[in-house]
Design a protein around this ligand. Structure first.
Ligand SMILES: NC(=O)c1ccc[n+]([C@@H]2O[C@H](COP(=O)([O-])OP(=O)(O)OC[C@H]3O[C@@H](n4cnc5c(N)ncnc54)[C@H](O)[C@@H]3O)[C@@H](O)[C@H]2O)c1
Length: 381
């Protein structure tokens, strides 16, 4: 499937969630009105218990145009997240900025007592992730990280297979994926805005798929590699993009996780190959293959296959691709966040898990820079 087609599936929502619009509506603000904010506003508009009251963007006039385009009336627009938070009484915000602004916007919102739905990746560095978790703790508010593939039936099946015990004790995972050519443009390719490249754009999805399935064990050490040959080359990128390219377009790592589990990872925005491989999860009783796609962003490329022995014979069990029915993945991501706020239930995609995802990504960069394996240290929250 072409990259855009896969990405667009996150922008579809097939049904309106069944929620009462009676009673007090949640006042929502959107921080950053770029590409992904479109999916947020679309979903919020479908939620009868939400009133979109504010939007902010650093680019003059952008938030105003955005609100007009999406036909939301009476929304107050601000030139940055700080002025929005100072002037509004909000219940929740979506942080839809580029990665390097994730931490500051999230921390500022939580410190104002506002619940936060933060787009993925959580942020750029482990230090930022720690500060985000500390702000969440002192605020007592809900923070959910925007991993909508969590709601995909195939991703749920991967977790169910592992949790069923069919694979036995897990000891080795190979994951990752990516594209032969598929470097995004815009704010994704500069250090000052994206902060991290393929790692933060699509690498975090691969990590979440497998780490969520096995219960997010703590990462202990990382030996990482990053490169930028395609992004920086005028042979493969436009001269202007190549000149400003300052993040990774390919990364690989060998990660040791708590419980003696090995994670072998690679991710690509561009390379001379179709795929860096399927995801495989090896357990003592069985193995699971999750076929890769040509645009890795949290979907699967074909049926799952379990390899196991039955009555002394080596057999394969094929699990067909599951169709997603009901509300779209994005609506489920938004709804689960709103429900956690309203019902006082735990965050649907908690920072206590995603901090490990972020620590691996940061560990890969730190190890690549140091040219050797590094230990992952996460201070007390
Ligand atoms: N969940 C998904 O499927 C998905 C898909 C694409 C992108 N994303 C994530 O969404 C985020 C944004 O991506 P995008 O493509 O929309 O980027 P973008 O560059 O199009 O939009 C980001 C906007 O945020 C604004 N901004 C930055 N700092 C701000 C601040 N402090 N206050 C107000 N506005 C601020 C910028 O001016 C810009 O307009 C990224 O972190 C990306 O990884 C998620």
């Amino acid at each position: 499937m072409a990259g855009d087609a896969v990405l667009s599936q996150f922008k579809q929502a097939e049904e309106v969630a069944v929620v009462s619009g009676e009673g007090k509506k949640l006042k929502v603000g959107i921080i950053g009105t770029g590409w992904i904010a479109e999916s947020h506003i679309d979903s919020y508009k479908r939620m009868p218990d939400v009133e979109i009251v504010a939007a902010a963007d650093l680019i003059p006039g952008k938030a105003e145009k955005f609100c007009k385009r999406f036909g939301v009336e009476g929304v107050r627009c601000y030139p940055d997240h700080k002025s929005m938070l100072e002037n509004e009484e909000l219940d929740a915000v979506s942080v839809c900025t580029y990665n390097t602004q994730h931490a500051v916007c999230t921390i500022d919102a939580l410190d104002k007592g506002v619940n936060v739905l933060l787009e993925k990746p959580m942020c750029v560095t482990t230090e930022e992730a720690v500060e985000i978790c500390r702000a969440e703790k002192r605020s007592g508010k809900v923070l959910s990280i925007g991993f909508q593939p969590r709601f995909d039936e195939n991703m749920k099946m991967v977790k169910k297979v592992v949790e069923s015990g069919e694979l036995g004790e897990i000891y080795y995972i190979q994951t990752g994926g990516g594209r032969r050519r598929g470097i995004p443009g815009s704010t994704f390719i500069e250090k000052s805005t994206g902060g991290i490249g393929a790692l933060g754009d699509i690498g975090c999805y691969s990590l979440d798929m497998v780490l969520n399935a096995i219960g997010y064990p703590k990462p202990l050490t990382v030996s990482g590699y990053v490169s930028d040959f395609f992004g920086k080359s005028t042979k493969y990128s436009s001269a202007s993009d190549a000149a400003r390219f300052s993040v990774d377009d390919f990364a690989a790592a060998f990660v040791r996780l708590e419980g003696g589990i090995i994670l072998d990872f690679r991710i690509s925005w561009a390379m001379h190959c179709d795929t860096p491989g399927d995801t495989i999860i090896l357990g003592k009783e069985g193995g699971l293959r999750i076929p890769s796609t040509d645009c890795w962003n949290g979907s699967i490329g074909g049926p799952l296959v379990i390899y196991h022995d039955v009555a002394g014979k080596q057999v394969e069990t094929v699990i067909p691709v599951q169709q997603n029915r009901g509300p779209g993945l994005f609506d489920q991501k938004i709804r689960s966040f709103l429900d956690a706020i309203k019902n006082g239930t735990p965050s649907p995609v908690p920072s206590s898990q995603i901090i490990y995802n972020q620590a691996i990504i940061d560990g890969i960069n730190l190890s690549a820079k140091a040219g050797k394996e590094v230990e992952i240290e996460i201070p007390e929250i």
